[in-house]
Design a protein around this ligand. Structure first.
Ligand SMILES: NC(=O)C1=CN([C@@H]2O[C@H](COP(=O)(O)OP(=O)(O)OC[C@H]3O[C@@H](n4cnc5c(N)ncnc54)[C@H](OP(=O)(O)O)[C@@H]3O)[C@@H](O)[C@H]2O)C=CC1
Ligand SMILES: N[C@@H](CC=O)C(=O)O
Length: 362
């Protein structure tokens, strides 16, 4: 537990991202201890059928990973498996310092992850999330619950993961006014559009490939209908501009109507079609929109290809800052979760113990 040197993690969801995260943390255990003096253990991992539990935080994560990769159910892991143990029961009964949410994003109401996050905070855990659902619907409620308890909420993995978006806006651009944000924030659609551009294939073919890479959402309509991009923009707008937005407030168009013919026409004109998300921070209310656009070849986002992403901030005093790369992948999402977990361990916990101050940001 907190202060004993090891931070224990309760992980919800053991799919592409959950597995990549558990494995990354286990494989980097010695490196993290050596470089940062921080050590993480897992006290519970939960998926839809049950859980594995070890309140001491010594779950043999790599063995569990191998067990699941061999096609066996998580909850059937010898001795530590708990068939039928659900997320809420695990949150209420298994001690942890940090709860990681990596279950599927639900656009309709953010559940059940929204309840998981609030219960995790009530149980006194910091929360880091790859899941956008809770925060598109209940951002302010969740942040208030965290602030009241002096707990941190990390959203790097939910806001384009390996591509830093919040860090750039909040840290690198501190003191500058952000006039506009535009970006390619969904790797799946950028992968599909790139394949269509290169090979003339239909969008369904590119989607199958993105699913095999493990980057498409559990429900891939979120990707191709533009909602994953919109959800990331809502989180960025709510965090950076205190916009108070939900999915009801955004104009979203995806790529399902982008035909090979339209791609060809754009190419003949020296243009490239990309799914672009925009935030206009100074409009009231803050305006967020998503849709396919035919960019001229020299546009800073035109060369972003495959599952890579990019974000571009226009500022009053630093000019235009564009960050690109950070391709979508379960490993990239895992690395973003690890970044938030480390930051909580290094800065939040220590400053809390020194000053007893609360903060909602890791
Ligand atoms: N894939 C990526 O590259 C990225 C994904 N994300 C986000 O990460 C989250 C997870 O994505 P991903 O790993 O790809 O999705 P997967 O579909 O691969 O994995 C989801 C996991 O959650 C489990 N699960 C579903 N419902 C529950 C529940 N009620 N309680 C406990 N576990 C549950 C599933 O169990 P079971 O398999 O048994 O059904 C599965 O283990 C999503 O919210 C996504 O938006 C963020 C960044 C990148
Ligand atoms: N489906 C997303 C991954 C998670 O955010 C993407 O394709 O970028």
């Amino acid at each position: 537990m907190m202060g004993s040197g090891q931070r224990n993690i309760l992980l919800l969801g053991f799919g592409n991202v959950g597995r990549a995260f558990a494995r990354l943390v286990a494989e980097k255990r010695d490196e993290l201890a050596g470089r940062y003096g921080v050590s993480f253990g897992f006290s519970a991992i939960v998926d839809i059928g049950g859980a594995v539990v070890d309140p001491a935080g010594t779950l043999p994560v790599l063995d569990i990973h191998r067990h699941v990769a061999a096609g066996k159910a998580l909850e059937e892991f010898p001795e530590l498996g708990r068939p039928g143990l659900g997320a809420l029961e695990a949150i209420r009964t298994v001690p942890c310092d940090v709860m990681v949410e990596a279950t599927p994003t639900c656009l309709r109401d953010g559940e059940p992850a929204r309840t998981h996050v609030l219960e995790g905070l009530r149980a006194g855990c910091h929360v880091i999330s790859a899941n956008k659902g809770p925060f598109i619907w209940a951002y302010d409620t969740i942040m208030e619950a965290a602030m009241e308890r002096g707990l941190a909420v990390g959203l790097s993995a939910a806001t384009a993961a390996a591509l830093p978006t919040l860090d750039v806006a909040e840290l690198c651009l501190a003191g500058s006014r952000i006039l506009s944000v535009e970006g390619i924030l969904n790797g799946t659609t950028n992968y599909i559009l790139t394949r269509m551009h290169q090979t003339g294939c239909a969008y369904e073919d590119g989607l199958g490939e993105a699913q095999r890479l493990g980057i498409a959402e559990t429900d891939p309509r979120l990707d191709v209908e533009g909602w994953d991009t919109a959800n990331k923009l809502i989180l960025i707008a709510n965090r950076v501009f205190h916009a108070g937005l939900t999915p009801r407030d955004v104009a979203v168009q995806g790529i399902t109507s982008v035909t090979p013919e339209r791609i060809r026409r754009a190419r003949d004109e020296g243009r490239v079609i990309k799914l672009i998300g925009r935030i206009a921070p100074s409009s009231h209310p803050v305006r967020v929109s998503v849709g396919p656009e035919a960019l001229p070849g020299d546009h800073p986002l035109a060369a972003v290809s495959g599952s890579e992403k990019a974000v571009s901030f226009e500022t009053d005093s630093m000019g235009r800052i564009t960050v690109s790369g950070g391709h979508s992948s379960p490993l990239g999402a895992a690395a973003a979760l690890l970044k938030d977990a480390l930051r909580i361990a290094l800065y939040h916990d220590r400053s809390l113990s020194r000053s007893s101050k609360a903060s909602s940001n890791p």
